[in-house]
Design a binder for this molecule. Structure first.
Ligand code: IVH
Length: 666
C-alpha cells in the first residue's frame, strides 16, 4: 500500500468507527485502537501535507485560528413552526389537515429537540457547509466548528444524492452541560442558563478547538433537495440514517389523533430520561406530495406543527421577597417560598427578575404563586393564583427604594430594568465583589486567594479595599482560623507576584463599569499611563474605536470619584503597574494604515490572525469584521470564504496577500 492508499484507508476506517461510536452507539474497536489509528493518520498528514483534506477525521480536533463568521444565504429559507400548547389545538391542526387533503394521510411524530438549529449542505457525499439559522434568510457559516461534532458525518456512505441539504439540531447533552457549568463556576465565569444557550454559545465560539472539547451532539430531522430517495419524510430520514446521519429512533408514523395523544403523553414523562433536552414534539404530514399541496404561510409550513410541553410547574405560598446586591450593585429580587417539590428538587427560592415583573404580577405577600422550572437552573415565578386569595390580602410587594446592605438610595439607569446601589466604595457586597474580581484569574490572578478567603479577610477586618492586600503580612493571615503558615505564605507570594501584572490587566481589575478586558486593552493602547487616562476628556475617550458614550461616561465618572483616586494612589505606592511597559510603548507603531479599514479572512502561514490584527492596529488601521464599501482592503490568507470573495469582487475591493501586507507595513 502506498502512502496515499494508507491515508485513504485510515480515513475510511476512522469515519466508520466514528459512526459506530457516535451515531450507532456500538463501537467495534477500543478507544485505544481508535486513538492509535488517528495518531498514525495525523503523522502521515503532517509528513505529506499535499494529501491534506478538510473532511479528514483529523479535522475534528478543530483549530485555534480566530475568525469572524461569514454570512451565507440559505438556499431554502429556514422557517419556524407554529406552536400549540393543548390537545385541542393539536386536534384543530389534525382536522385542518384532514379537511384540506380530503384523502388518507400519515403524520410523523418526532421529538422537538431543544438546541440550536443547523443546516448542512453535502455535495458528492462530503460536508461542504454548515450554516446557522440566522434570520431564516441567511445565517453564519460555522462549518469549521460543526466539523468537530462527532455525530455529524464528514463523508457519507451508501446511496446518497449528489447534492442535498439536511437540517437538524445541535445539542449539548445534559451531562456535558452540567460539567461545563461546574468548570465555569470554578473559574468564576457566568454560567449558561440551559443547554440550548450552551450549544448556541459554543457553536459561535471563534476557536474550533474549544468547540471540539465541548462534546456537542446532533440529531437531524429534515432532508431537502431536488433528488430525494422517497416521497415520504420518514422514509427519507431512514435513508439518511443509512448514509451516516444520526436520526432519532423515536420517530413514529401514525394515522389517528389518539395515536398522536399517546405519543405526546408518553414523551411528556419519558423525556426526562433522555440524554438531551426536548421541549415538545413536532407533528409533520409525512407525504412530500401532500406537504407541497398544503404549502406554507409567511412564517411556517401548514403541514407541520409543534406541541410544546408544559414547563414543570408547582403552586406554593410566597413568604417574603428578599433582595440580593451583586458586585456591580445590581439589586435582584428573590422570592422566598414555602418549600415545594418541583422536577425532582425542593424549591425554596425563585427569581423575580426585576421591578417591572413584580409590578406586572401584582404580587402580594402570602399569595399562592406558580413556580416553573423550564430548562433553566433557577426556577422562576410565572403567575399568581388570584382566585385563591382569601379575604385578607397580604402587603403588596413593592420594590425596595434603599439598599438592604448599606441603606443608600437605589437608582435606575436609563433603558435598564435593574435598580442599582450607587455606593460603590462602601457597600459590603460591592466591596467584596470588587475584591473578588480584582484577584480573579483574568485580572490580577492572585494565586491562593479565592472568594471564601476574601470573605473571611473582609469579615475580620483585615481588608477593606484591594489596596489593603498589599500591606498584608504572613503573620496577619496565619493567625486566622484554618490558615496554616504555608497557605499564608502562598497568599503573600501570590500578592507579591501580582505587582508585575501589566497595566491593561490592572485597569481591567479595577472593575470600572463597562470596562471589560477588551476595552481595558483599547484604553491602554491610547493612554500610556493612568494619569493620562484619568485626565482624558469625554471626546478623546469617544474617539477610540468602539468606545461610545456609555463607556466614556463610566470612565469619567470613575475618575471623578475621589475615593477611586485615593485607591489608585495607594495601589501605585504598592508598586502596581500603572503605565504601559516599554515593550508595548509605541514600539513598531506607525501611521501607515491610518484611516484604513481592513478585513481579515482565511488561514495564515506567517503570523496568527490575532497577530495580524495587532499589526493593523499598531499601524493606525482598524480591523473590521465584515466587508462593506468602506473596506480599504482584505488581508487574505488561504481558503478565504467564497461568500467573502464574491462580495469583495463585487465591490471591487483589493485583496492583499500576507506577503504584500508585510511588505506594506515593514
Ligand atoms: S422541523 C419547516 N423537526 O424547532 C420545518 N424542527 O420552531 C422545519 N426543532 O427551527 C423544522 N426539533 O430548530 C423540526 N424534530 C424537529 C425539531 C425541530 C427541534 C426546532 C428547529 C426549528 C424549531 C421550530
Amino acid at each position: 500500500m502506498n502512502i496515499k492508499e494508507r491515508i485513504d484507508h485510515l480515513r475510511a476506517e476512522l469515519h466508520r468507527h466514528n459512526y459506530n461510536y457516535y451515531v450507532l452507539n456500538a463501537p467495534e474497536i477500543s478507544d485505544r485502537q481508535f486513538d492509535d489509528m488517528m495518531r498514525e493518520l495525523q503523522d502521515l498528514e503532517d509528513a505529506y501535507p499535499e494529501y491534506r483534506d478538510s473532511n479528514s477525521p483529523t479535522m475534528r480536533v478543530g483549530s485555534d485560528i480566530n475568525k469572524n463568521f461569514v454570512q451565507v444565504p440559505h438556499k431554502y429559507p429556514m422557517l419556524s413552526l407554529g406552536n400549540t400548547y393543548s390537545e385541542s389545538e393539536v386536534a384543530d391542526f389534525y382536522d385542518r389537515i384532514k379537511k384540506a387533503l380530503n384523502e388518507d394521510f400519515e403524520i410523523c411524530c418526532e421529538l422537538k429537540f431543544d438546541g440550536t438549529s443547523i443546516s448542512l449542505t453535502y455535495e458528492d457525499g462530503k460536508l461542504i457547509r454548515a450554516v446557522t439559522r440566522g434570520d431564516g434568510e441567511k445565517g453564519d457559516d460555522v462549518t469549521d466548528n460543526v466539523r468537530t461534532i462527532r455525530a455529524i458525518p464528514l463523508v457519507l456512505h451508501g446511496d446518497y444524492p449528489k447534492s442535498f441539504e439536511i437540517r437538524g439540531e445541535i445539542l449539548m447533552p445534559w451531562t456535558v452541560f452540567e460539567e461545563l457549568n461546574k468548570e465555569k463556576e470554578a473559574r468564576e465565569e457566568p454560567l449558561f442558563a440551559n443547554p440550548r444557550n450552551a450549544a448556541s454559545g459554543t457553536l459561535k465560539l471563534q476557536n474550533s478547538a474549544i468547540v471540539a472539547s465541548r462534546k456537542l451532539d446532533s440529531y437531524l430531522y429534515y432532508l431537502l433537495g431536488e433528488e430525494l430517495p422517497s416521497n415520504g419524510h420518514y422514509e427519507n430520514l431512514q435513508a439518511a440514517k443509512r448514509w451516516g446521519f444520526k436520526i432519532s429512533e423515536h420517530m413514529r408514523k401514525v394515522r389517528t389523533l389518539n395515536d398522536i395523544y399517546d405519543y405526546i403523553n408518553y414523551w411528556d414523562k419519558e423525556r426526562k430520561n433522555l440524554p438531551v433536552a426536548t421541549d415538545g414534539i413536532v407533528l409533520k404530514v409525512n407525504s412530500l406530495r401532500q406537504q407541497r399541496y398544503l404549502g406554507y404561510t409567511a412564517k411556517s409550513p401548514r403541514w407541520a406543527i409543534a406541541y410544546k410541553f408544559q414547563a414543570e410547574r408547582a403552586l406554593t405560598r410566597l413568604d417574603k421577597v428578599s433582595y440580593q446586591v451583586g458586585r456591580t450593585g445590581a439589586v435582584t429580587p428573590v422570592a422566598n417560598l414555602e418549600p415545594v417539590q418541583l422536577a425532582g428538587t425542593i424549591v425554596k427560592r425563585a427569581s423575580l427578575h426585576n421591578a417591572d415583573i413584580i409590578e406586572s404580577l401584582d404580587l402580594h405577600i402570602g399569595d399562592m404563586v406558580y413556580v416553573e422550572k423550564g430548562g433553566e437552573i433557577i426556577p422562576k415565578i410565572t403567575g399568581v393564583a388570584k382566585e385563591m386569595r382569601g379575604m385578607l390580602l397580604g402587603d403588596k410587594v413593592r420594590f425596595i427604594t434603599h439598599c438592604p446592605e448599606c441603606g443608600s438610595r437605589l437608582i435606575r439607569y436609563e433603558n435598564e430594568a435593574a435598580y442599582y446601589c450607587p455606593n460603590e466604595t462602601a457597600c459590603p457586597p460591592q466591596i467584596k465583589g470588587k475584591i473578588e474580581h480584582f484577584i480573579s484569574r483574568r485580572a490580577m490572578n492572585i494565586e491562593g486567594l479565592g472568594p471564601e478567603t476574601v470573605d473571611m479577610f473582609y469579615r475580620v477586618g483585615l481588608i477593606k479595599t484591594v489596596a489593603d492586600l498589599y500591606s498584608l503580612k504572613v503573620s496577619d493571615i496565619s493567625q486566622l482560623n484554618r490558615m496554616g503558615n504555608k497557605s499564608a505564605e502562598n497568599i503573600i507570594k501570590g500578592i507579591e507576584a501580582s505587582r508585575q501584572v501589566p497595566f491593561e490587566r490592572v485597569l481591567f481589575a479595577l472593575g470600572i463599569r463597562f470596562v471589560g478586558e477588551t476595552v481595558a486593552k483599547k484604553l491602554c493602547r491610547t493612554f500610556s499611563n493612568i494619569d493620562e487616562l484619568s485626565n482624558a476628556s469625554i471626546e478623546s475617550l469617544k474617539g477610540i474605536d468602539e468606545i461610545g458614550e456609555k463607556i466614556a461616561q463610566s470612565v469619567i465618572a470613575y475618575f471623578s470619584n475621589p475615593q477611586n483616586l485615593l485607591l489608585i494612589e495607594k495601589l501605585k505606592s504598592a508598586g502596581l503597574q500603572f503605565a504601559r511597559s516599554s515593550q508595548d510603548d509605541g514600539e513598531g507603531r506607525t501611521d501607515k494604515l491610518k484611516g484604513q479599514s481592513v478585513v481579515i479572512s482565511g488561514v495564515f502561514s506567517h503570523y496568527s490572525r490575532d497577530e495580524y490584527k495587532a499589526m493593523i492596529e499598531n499601524n493606525g488601521g482598524k480591523n473590521v469584521g465584515s466587508i462593506s464599501s468602506k473596506t480599504s482592503f482584505i488581508l487574505a490568507g488561504e481558503n478565504m470564504g467564497p461568500a467573502k470573495l464574491e462580495k469583495a469582487q463585487k465591490l471591487g475591493i483589493k485583496i492583499m496577500s500576507e506577503e504584500e501586507f508585510l511588505a506594506l507595513i515593514s
